[in-house]
Write a protein that binds this ligand. Sequence first.
Ligand code: GTP
Length: 595
Amino acid sequence: MKNFRNFCIIAHIDHGKSTLADRLLQATHTLNEREFQNQVLDNMDLEREKGITIKSHAIQMEYVQDNETYILNLIDTPGHVDFSYEVSRAIAACEGALLIVDATQGIQAQTISNLYLALEHNLEIIPVINKIDMEAAMVEEVTDQIVELIGCKPEDIIPASAKTGIGVPEILEAIVSRVPAPAGDPAAPLQALIFDSVFNSFRGIIAYFKVTNGTLRQGDKVKFFNTGREYVADEIGVLKMKMVPRQEIKAGDVGYIISGIKTSSEVKVGDTITQVANSCSKAIAGFEDVKPMVFAGLYPVDSDDYEDLRSSLEKLQLNDASLTFEPESSLALGFGFRAGFLGLLHMEIIQERLYREFDMDVITTVPNVSYKVHTTKGDVVEVHNPSGLPAPTLIDFIEEPTIHAQVITKTEYLGAIMKLCIDKRGILRNQVFLSTDRVEVNFDMPLSEIVFDFYDKLKSISRGYASFDYYLNGYQQATLVKLDILLNGEPVDALSCLIHRDNAYDFGRKMCEKLKELIPRQQFDIAIQAAIGAKVIARETIKALRKDVTAKCYGGDISRKRKLLEKQKKGKKRMRQVGNVEVPQQAFLAVLKMG
Ligand code: GTP
């Protein structure tokens, strides 16, 4: 066990995590030269999507130093703000972390928030400045930032280039000399932490774990602590370039288990595996049942694709347990699903995967967060859908989820970003200068405020020089209303949303203006209204069309007239009928994107 080293890589997106990981695989001969070449070629085609480490989630390398062989387990952390819980579990499985900072970019929000998680778990941090081969590298400045941030000595920082290989031997040496060997007793009752899982169409769910205590043997009867379910460890092993079966995996090591599990919901990240016969007395601390926080309706653009959408979502759910969905129907959009996501970016990923992997074009309704409605009867109802809100007389009060948001930016954008966060009902917690021109600001904010257009606004006001991260931070009371959009008095359910009262007027007005642009004139006037209950808060009118489309044809040319009518009919197919008003599909899309 003294020769095990478990570590992860903390880096902001694009700072070089995958490239460096592949270099480590190459330097330890885990990946041979030919495979490395292939990988490099793959990278050219589809860059990030094929990073081996990203596909593997965890990988084991053997590294020889002074005739001593060390087993290095690299555990991947999802590089994505919505997955902070998963990151925390991956970090909990490690004793050390490489902190990679791009020499041309400096420290960014994601680096810091993951660093805090790593420090909370007492990980040994090895700071690395990457991309020193680049002309724009600001090695001294970034060194100062890192020293300031973690309080290390400048000589503790390893200058490196994942591209040319500079610094790679030093990084491997540092992993061995600085990261402590895992503690734990191989003879104790089994305690193994699940930090990730994947779905394999032949083998079912494969769970990845780190044994903190005890020894797991092939064929053992095991129990997953939090779900209470029991299985047989059909196959266990370690992860190299492929899965390598083993008879046993001891305390301190990282491995995989295949036990005939078919659904992803049975394997929860953070759960503890123990033996049925000699069960540990308590689970590894830190388990959380992560619940989706952002909800939206997903409707097929073509209503004939409803069943295909269901099967695509089912397939996505197999390897993404945090995605939930249930059937929902809308008068305007037909049959679809109400889906739950960890956050807005997770929602975008699912939308993108539906499109890319399943060729499914979907309409997403206005997303909303999950609210806790306290009724006058004393019950608490979770509301994910505008139509699920109880009648106003039954509502005592409503609570909304809040987040702790962290933004890192250049000082020149600080004022504009502060204003944005305050406009979004943020409360400033603190601000820390990381260097003379770089500042970290922390806000408490309602989650619902970042569900709309927060990212885009942040990006545009900072010209891209702001990085953002957040974690959930409890609930607070909120004054929430249901905003309806009516066309000639008919409510369009797909456009209803739950919104904070202070934002309702502005949002309602914008919706009406946008719809006015997008709905074509028809034979009669169309009133577009935004309303809270019976109270109309905004209104626009589309004037009736006076001209007959066929009028141009002078009544003479019958075939031309027919063609025109047919064209009009075809156009109608892409329209949705709301009461007597025809709404182009594209109007829904545009309005929902508006935020
Ligand atoms: P995500 O997978 O998006 O989180 O990014 P990542 O952190 O894994 O970064 P990745 O390894 O994909 O590198 C991002 C880009 O930087 C790629 O185009 C790499 O080729 C490039 N890159 C990585 N390391 C170096 C380096 O040391 N020098 C130079 N010049 N480029 C590098």
